[in-house]
Design a protein around this ligand. Structure first.
Ligand SMILES: [Ca+2]
Ligand SMILES: [Ca+2]
Ligand SMILES: [Ca+2]
Ligand SMILES: [Ca+2]
Length: 457
């Protein structure tokens, strides 16, 4: 847990606006600085350490580098959890029985789920001499630019693969770079950079790179993205020969999902189901159960996120856990919003290694049944009992017509019994009332007598 942070511009602890976020990036990565002068050919980064092999060819030294496994991701321990959908039912009798009990029904909030990592497509230089790829994998390209695992000097980093078409070489490298400064034009507390709906006007940030053969240097990244587009452009300019600027133009993707979170309020737990669709690619869907546990000392504002498993559109599992950085908080200034961090065991199951692991979850809940400014999501559950159903019976030539007067939107279960000396009521059908009253058709009794009752939930 942590204290609520009223300045959510850049999510708390993110991008260095608050206390250092040590949970992001591989263990040990923040403790070493990349000295690009001293380590011109070394890549001697404390952890993880690349395996390097020195080749001497004439007067030129070359290095062959192998990236370590799971470079861009931190392993997270997952505990198994069962999200039990509680059947919150109540019994209301009619005709013969009348047993009102309190009940809750599911409500809907709006969720937004976005990844801290950006996905970079291959970049091309202005002269057609090189291509540049980003990755955090030990083998292969995944396009990921993520929290800096090289040093604490910049916000983000990735390994690089530079293909030199003049010499036919592929050179290994690394980049550290800042994101654009935080901007929150829509004043929702979140950095507009990661909100697809918001634009990123052309803006530059700085970084450093290091390659085999070409060595190290500083670089600039110039970012832009149109409002409503998940894809933006990042032009990275570096001086590979020390003098001439080479600019690689990349398309980058902000990975954001949005959609409904259906939840049932509870006294201690909030049980929910998430269905979110990627903004800009409706084929990508993440869905599944989740559970939030109210923290007893501050139940309206502080909830922990239980470990769980969602699935993507290909039904691949996405195991998630709450990030060690904090709970799901309702922050002052945004009373209808809850926000927290998630860590996926592997946010991109299409690559074998763990990648795209750091995510953010924002929940907006406009429901406030008792109008006390605490959304129903974390408020004390309303204990309003359903209205007692009133029943009338009529006969048609081949059916019994049962008319139920009750609460629209609630489930009403019809039960029957042939002999009142028994209590073995049998379910006949369940009806979600869409009208009040509403008539349902039932089969004629097989014998002379049959009793019905209706239970409202
Ligand atoms: Ca914003
Ligand atoms: Ca993966
Ligand atoms: Ca309330
Ligand atoms: Ca209340």
């Amino acid at each position: 847990m942590q204290d609520a942070d009223p300045t959510r511009t850049r999510p708390p602890n993110v991008h260095g606006c608050c206390e250092p976020r040590t949970a992001r990036g591989p263990a040990g990565a923040s403790s070493c600085a990349l000295d690009l002068t001293l380590r011109r050919f070394a890549f001697d980064i404390a952890a993880p350490v690349w395996q390097k092999r020195s080749l001497v060819s004439g007067a030129e030294q070359q290095l062959s580098l192998t990236r370590p496994a799971n470079a861009g991701a931190q392993k997270t321990e997952f505990r198994s959890v069962k999200c039990l959908m509680k059947q919150l039912m109540c019994l209301l009798g009619a005709a013969l029985f009348s047993i009102p009990r309190p009940g809750q029904s599911a409500e809907t909030a709006q969720a937004r789920l976005w990844c801290d990592s950006l996905r970079f497509q291959r970049g091309y230089d202005q002269h057609g001499l090189y291509t540049l790829d980003f990755t955090t994998l030990s083998v292969g390209i995944n396009g990921e630019l993520t929290w800096d695992f090289v040093s604490a000097n910049y916000e983000y980093s990735a390994y690089l693969e530079l293909t030199d078409y003049t010499f036919g070489d592929t050179l290994q490298g690394v980049i550290e770079v800042d994101l654009p400064p935080v901007l929150d034009v829509n004043n929702d507390g979140f950095d507009d950079f990661f909100e697809v709906a918001m634009p990123v006007s052309t803006v530059s940030s700085s970084g450093e790179y290091e390659f085999q053969i070409y060595g190290a240097g500083t670089c600039t990244a110039t970012w832009s993205r149109a409002a409503g587009s998940k894809n933006g452009t990042c032009a990275i300019t570096m001086r590979l020969d020390g003098f001439t600027p080479t600019t690689f133009t990349h398309s980058f993707e902000v990975i954001e999902y949005a959609g409904p979170l259906t939840y049932t309020p509870g006294n201690t737990n909030v049980v929910a189901d998430l269905v979110v669709t990627q903004t800009g690619n409706s084929n990508n869907v993440i869905q599944g159960p989740c559970q939030f546990v109210k923290v007893a000392s501050d139940p309206y504002n502080d909830l922990t996120i239980s470990d769980g498993v969602w699935t993507n559109a290909a039904l691949q599992s996405l195991s998630y856990a709450e990030d060690t950085g904090g709970d799901l908080f309702r922050y002052p200034g945004w009373p209808t919003n809850y926000y927290g961090w998630l860590v996926f065991q592997d946010g991109d199951p299409y690559t074998g290694e763990a990648d795209y692991v750091y995510w953010n979850l924002s929940i907006d809940d406009a429901n406030d049944a008792d109008h006390d400014t605490i959304p129903d999501f974390s408020d004390d559950p309303q204990t309003t009992a359903p209205r007692q159903p009133k029943l009338t019976l009529a006969l048609s030539p081949d059916h019994v017509l049962l008319t139920i007067a009750g609460d629209v939107g609630r489930l009403h279960e019809v039960q029957q019994l042939a002999d009142l000396s028994s209590t073995n009521w049998q379910p006949v059908k369940s009806v979600m009332l869409t009208n009040d009253p509403q008539t349902v058709s039932l089969p004629l009794p097989p014998g002379n007598t049959l009793f019905w009752r209706v239970r409202a939930q």
